[in-house]
Design a protein around this ligand. Sequence first.
Ligand SMILES: [Zn+2]
Length: 97
Amino acid sequence: MAKKKSKYKQRIPTVDAVLWEEHGDDDSVGTFSESPWADDECSVCGRHWSEHGRLEEPGNPVADVQAVCPGSYLFDHHGFMSVLPAEQFEAMYEGGT
Ligand SMILES: [Zn+2]
């Protein structure tokens, strides 16, 4: 027998977020420019790794180091930074004013 549907609501109604497009957009984001593979292309967005942000946050349950593809939102999630592609983020959140 099929399960009965229940109501779910988003746990965090508002988040502090920034659209990260290039180096300098957020002070907490570093760079992969020193990496030996800085000129390689990212398998997700196809841009060079040197154009990506490097978000280092020891203890973050997602990962200690997260790569930020240009065009991703950074947002605070339970005290740690999360990264989502703009399309996904904008499907979940609206605003930005
Ligand atoms: Zn990428």
